[in-house]
Design a protein around this ligand. Sequence first.
Ligand SMILES: [Fe+2]
Ligand SMILES: [Fe+2]
Length: 148
Amino acid sequence: MNVVEWTKDMSVGSEVLDGHHQMIIDCLKRLQPLIGSTGHDDEVNAVLAKLEDFVLVHFSEEEQAMKKAGYPDWRRHKELHDRMYDIVFNLKSDVEHGRNIDAARLHELIYNWLIQHILGEDRQYIPYLEHPAPESAGLWTRASGRPY
Ligand SMILES: [Fe+2]
Ligand SMILES: [Fe+2]
């Protein structure tokens, strides 16, 4: 079992976005003691609810931050978010239809997401967050000045 702790290497340079990512690590820590035993469906479902909060709040805020900073690959990044969003909502639908989720399965999903996405994809926008593209300020504003 891989035990994950937050380290500065995981930082994307934004306190808010880092805070969201730390929430994912908290989900992993809650699931770890539940793996391999039964009778914890309520706790597993509570972690799934947290994961749902994460995909709703974090993806939206991260996408806005990428656009605002002028990160050129934000559409592809958003597609990866959309895929994870679909997976989480399918799991939620399973629970609503009375199908319990295995703690190990949910842990694996979150762990793979953490490693592949947060440490791989998310870190690519760091330079843009640190030094936003100069034209990006007006890029997402209509001629009228109203934001999209
Ligand atoms: Fe992220
Ligand atoms: Fe992301």
